[in-house]
Design a protein around this ligand. Sequence first.
Ligand SMILES: Cc1ncc(COP(=O)(O)O)c(C=O)c1O
Length: 368
Amino acid sequence: MIKKLVPEHIASIVPYPPGKPMEELEREYGIGNAIKLASNENPLGPSPKAIAALRGVLRGLHRYPDDNGFYLRRRIAEKFQLPFEGIVLGNGSDEIIEMVIRTFIQPGDEVVVPDPAFLVYRLAAQAAGGHPVAVPLRDFVIDLDAIGAAVNARTRVVFITNPNNPTGTALSRSALERFLDRLPEHVIVVVDEAYIEFSRDPDIARGFDLLHRGQPRMVVLRTFSKVYGLAGLRIGYGAMQPEIAGYLNRVRQPFNTSIPAQVAALAAIDDEAFLAQTRATIWAGLQVLEQQCRRLGLATAPTQTNFMLIRVPCDSKQIYQAMLRQGVIIRAMNAYGLDRYIRVNAGLPEENERFVRALEQTLEGLAH
Ligand SMILES: Cc1ncc(COP(=O)(O)O)c(C=O)c1O
């Protein structure tokens, strides 16, 4: 009965694959001390400055947050020399993705997404009655020529992830600029930079540089969930020309980011010591993962993020299950159409070691 009440474009959505809480997995599999390297989180925990700032807000939680997000938006604007009016805060950058779709997509409009890509682009498009148009990557890199060719009169939004999830690959400044120059005026481009703080590529395209030069129809997404270690608080932002922000603010829920989220993000954004420590930990971890995969004869994709895609010799779900039984949670890439790949994020040195040991045992198990 309920089914009849649900519009077809909602009923046909395949929901985001739900994970189980760590405690539940540990109970189910009879393991203790599980480690999670599946969601590209910061292995060092939250920024210590954010933790200290959070202690100070507890007694004010009976109040609504500042709907305007004034202090955080002002600091973001100052730090990156962007217009204050062009910064929109979101309950995670996920929410900005949704705001862009709700602002620009009417039923039947097309949304061009790389494939594979972060699943939320497609989910948000479908929820609004839009048609996601998936454009395959080329050699694990977003194929800007093919994306350009997929744009037509019905296209309203294009998503570009730089560096990309789940492949970790980056786009160069010149490649993105060329692409933007050819994009027709009826298309908004979202450049999702959730992982850009981990990149060591001097040539990587940076959305803020393009905004400084006046790029008119672009929304750059950044998040506090990764390098800043605040995934559990849900806070991210979009940077864009103020005119676009004015429209996003019409669909934004009032009070969409909480007091703790705003306060912690404001403290974390200037926690340079923590950011440096995070990058050093991730880069060292990725190097270990890469070396060890090479030793095990497994190919890895070059990465500019905090995670790595690894090719495995069997269905990745099998590896996922076997690793889980050893208390190591990683991501099988089947949901992304990459049946022979797993994705793992760099962890603490001891976590990386455990991952390698579990992977090695799993591969040995397969050989028998
Ligand atoms: C490419 C990409 N964009 C956006 C997000 C969402 O981040 P947030 O936690 O800010 O919603 C993620 C999170 O995994 C991601 O991988």
